[in-house]
Ligand binder design. Structure first.
Ligand code: EPZ
Length: 426
């Protein structure tokens, strides 16, 4: 099985191209189910999760063509055509492997009037229930039956517009409601909607496909249902979590890197913390630049929250930075109940972290030491890579299939800016 080997202590300099956002691309691909006409996505990241979603959509009869980009760092082009849906069934095997597969439920139901999709079950970072998705579809007139681990949703006369009030913010449930509402009869109002940039990206693509949507980026989204959607082309937004990860890489390893293609306004909460920790972050015409010249980073407290708050998907990476910071930082994880799995692995490298419920207290140490560590989920695993960049000696990260799910050509991007990192197979 492949591992990633990192020898720490090399400052980074040069350019890193930022790929299209995984968490936008997966939902945009699902949105192709809403129309019989082709949807062309550009800037598609090259990721295992994208391939898994393509495989799932193909099992519904969607015809997919991918044109691989020949230039390093440029996204691929994917044309998806759901002319006829031959099956509206997503198996446990598919949904268990990748939770985002559950996002096919709403578009299949909206288009076909019926769908059977496996419940995702828990995952490494928490229980992650889906009742908000199901409540939203029920409010729109769907009949939902749960049996043997599957959701069977039917809406014989089609979905109807409704007022959906979410008790708390959910990215996925907002996307479910928004996609379902595009083809529903009448108007849907989504109250307490998620405001993540990926929701805006999906909404803009749906608008290009002929949907009528107002309020994207605010906590109240209104959708006026239309008879059908049509062909469109859409460029996947830059990945703000990948951007943030490489920005933290510079803060931890030192150096000067331009993140080409990044959208700095989508990670303002991180950038403010990086500046507090001693980095210089500047927007450039091509993206953003991060510099960290000498000196230890300074400790800061961090609390994860829905957008525009600090993203849970960057919490593990920031913990790696705080592990070598000057001072003590308190990190609160408010989105997922089990998202500190990187802590025991970081501890193997010498990090001093104490966990109490949803709070981790990190006492910065001068130096981490390379060790053999194991990836547990996507963001946790990249935090180990970041820690390895700052550590003395050699770090070997195992179970890197987690990384391949969500980081497009990670070791190539990092080695091009001077990191000593390689994929080794054993
Ligand atoms: C999306 O997950 C992302 N995944 C996650 O990224 C991200 O961490 C998360 O949003 C928060 O930003 C994708 O976009 C594919 P939620 P999602 O619904 O939509 C609870 C990564 O590493 N909840 O906003 O599943 C839930 O358990 C991944 O790329 C319910 O209780 O997140 C969580 O505690 C990990 N019931 C909170 O809400 C529901 O019906 C927020 O989850 C739905 C959610």
């Amino acid at each position: 099985m492949d591992r990633i080997r990192i020898r720490g202590g090399h400052p980074l300099s040069g350019e890193i191209p930022i790929s299209g956002a995984k968490n936008a691309a997966l939902k945009l691909m699902a949105a192709a189910l809403l129309t019989a006409e082709p949807l062309t996505l550009t800037n598609v990241p090259r990721l295992a999760d994208v391939r898994a979603m393509a495989e799932l959509l193909a099992s519904f009869g969607v015809k997919i063509q991918v044109t691989l980009s020949g230039n390093f760092g440029e996204g691929d082009t994917m044309r998806l055509e759901a002319a006829t849906i031959t099956s509206a069934f997503a198996s446990y095997d598919m949904v268990r492997k990748m939770r985002a597969s559950f996002q096919v439920l709403a578009p299949l139901l909206a288009r076909e009037g019926a769908a059977k999709v496996s419940l995702p079950g828990g995952c490494a970072i928490g229980a992650r229930p889906v009742e908000l998705h199901l409540n939203a579809l029920e409010a729109m007139g769907a009949q939902i039956d749960l049996a043997e681990g599957y959701v069977t949703a039917t809406a014989k006369g089609g979905l109807k517009g409704a007022e959906i009030v979410f008790p708390f913010v959910s990215v996925g449930a907002t996307e479910t409601a928004m996609m379902a509402a595009t083809l529903a009869k009448g108007t849907t109002k989504i109250v307490n909607a998620a405001r993540e940039p990926e929701i805006i990206d999906l909404g803009n693509c749906l608008i290009a496909m002929g949907a009528e949507i107002w309020g994207l980026g605010s906590s109240e989204i209104t959708v006026q249902g239309v008879e059908k959607l049509h062909s469109a082309a859409h460029r996947v937004m830059p990945d703000r979590i990948e951007t943030g990860t490489y920005a933290i890489a510079v803060a931890i390893a030192g150096g000067d890197v331009e993140l080409v293609g990044a959208a700095p306004d989508t990670i303002a909460s991180l950038n403010a913390l990086l500046v507090k920790s001693g980095a210089t972050v500047t927007a450039t015409p091509r993206g953003m630049k991060v510099q960290m010249n000498g000196g230890r980073p300074k400790a800061s407290d961090i609390t994860t929250a829905p957008y525009p708050g600090f993203p849970t998907d960057l919490q593990a990476q920031m913990m790696a930075l705080m592990a070598v910071a000057d001072g003590t930082s308190v990190i609160r994880e408010k989105i997922f109940e089990n998202r500190f799995m990187h802590v025991p692995e970081l501890a193997r490298m010498g990090a001093q972290v104490r966990i109490d419920g949803d709070t981790a207290t990190v006492r910065g140490v001068e130096k981490l030491k390379g060790a053999q560590v194991m990836a547990t989920d996507l963001r946790a695993s990249v935090s180990l890579v970041l820690a390895g960049l700052a550590a003395e000696g050699e770090t070997v990260v195992g179970r890197i299939y987690h990384l391949d799910r969500g980081f497009d050509r990670l070791e190539e991007k990092l080695s091009r800016v001077g990191a000593d990192i390689a994929r080794v197979s054993e």
